[in-house]
Design a protein around this ligand. Structure first.
Ligand SMILES: [Zn+2]
Length: 241
């Protein structure tokens, strides 16, 4: 039957979408834009963003890429609040070129995460929740829109009934990356974005971010297995322990 004959044609867009949606995190690819509805805060603190500070470029015991939460920012009673990785980065910044490079890769890197529903232009519908990670300047641009709305007596873009989408456009890559944030101006209730938004919404943003914490000894072990041969461990022991 010709109807059942396989076409062997690959649907690139569908494949990409299927992998994209597996992760809770939403990335804006270079030179693309996303249209998102930022959800209202879930806690009394009234914060739109959950801030996470991570040290990247480390390796797990299994040899996979690992990011560890900065203890200066996320440390608790179990881990303490003195970040070994921050101390090491500070020391390596005064080192040779190779050490400076490691310091740069491993420095504490903050991101501001907002919970969003994403508008899919092809489907004409939204999917969510997703966690959209923004740089400081982009998060500030989002905050600036809130301030402008407050000043002009307009509804906030995250308002449950009278909110609206933001379009975040990314141009360039690397150090030249720029983000532009604009409100769409089209107000609509969250119930039109997703009838089940309340049930689906992530209540604990920080838990969803799954920031991995190790105490200073654990952090040190992670650096050792990641950069064992590239660092002068005697000097490190002497200077920061
Ligand atoms: Zn740190």
């Amino acid at each position: 039957m010709s109807l059942n004959k396989p076409t062997f044609r690959v649907n690139i867009a569908a494949n990409r979408k299927s992998t994209e949606r597996k992760t809770l995190f939403l990335d804006i690819k270079p030179d693309t834009s996303v249209r998102v509805r930022i959800m209202p805060p879930t806690t009394e603190a009234g914060m739109l963003f959950g801030k996470s500070v991570n040290h990247f470029k480390l390796k797990s015991e299994e040899g996979f890429g690992l990011a560890l939460g900065c203890l200066d920012e996320h440390g608790n009673d179990d881990t303490g609040t003195n970040c070994y990785l921050c101390s090491l980065v500070k020391m390596l910044r005064n080192g040779d070129k190779a050490e400076k490079k490691i310091a740069d890769d491993m420095r504490a890197s903050p991101r501001w995460y907002a919970q969003v529903w994403v508008f899919d232009k092809d489907e004409g519908s939204y999917f969510g929740p997703k966690l959209l990670g923004l740089s400081k300047t982009t998060a500030e641009a989002v905050n600036d829109i809130l301030v402008a709305q407050e000043d002009s007596g307009d509804d906030y873009f995250c308002d449950v009934e009278q909110g609206q989408d933001l379009i975040i456009k990314r141009t360039g890559s690397g150090l030249n990356t720029r983000y532009n944030v604009l409100p769409t101006g089209k107000k609509m209730p969250l119930s039109e974005v997703d009838a089940d938004w309340e049930e689906k919404m992530i209540q604990d943003l920080y838990a969803a971010l799954e920031i991995k914490l190790e105490d200073p000894d654990g952090q040190k072990r992670a650096v050792y297995r990641s950069f064992e041969d590239e660092l002068d461990w005697e000097a490190i022991q002497e200077q920061i322990g």
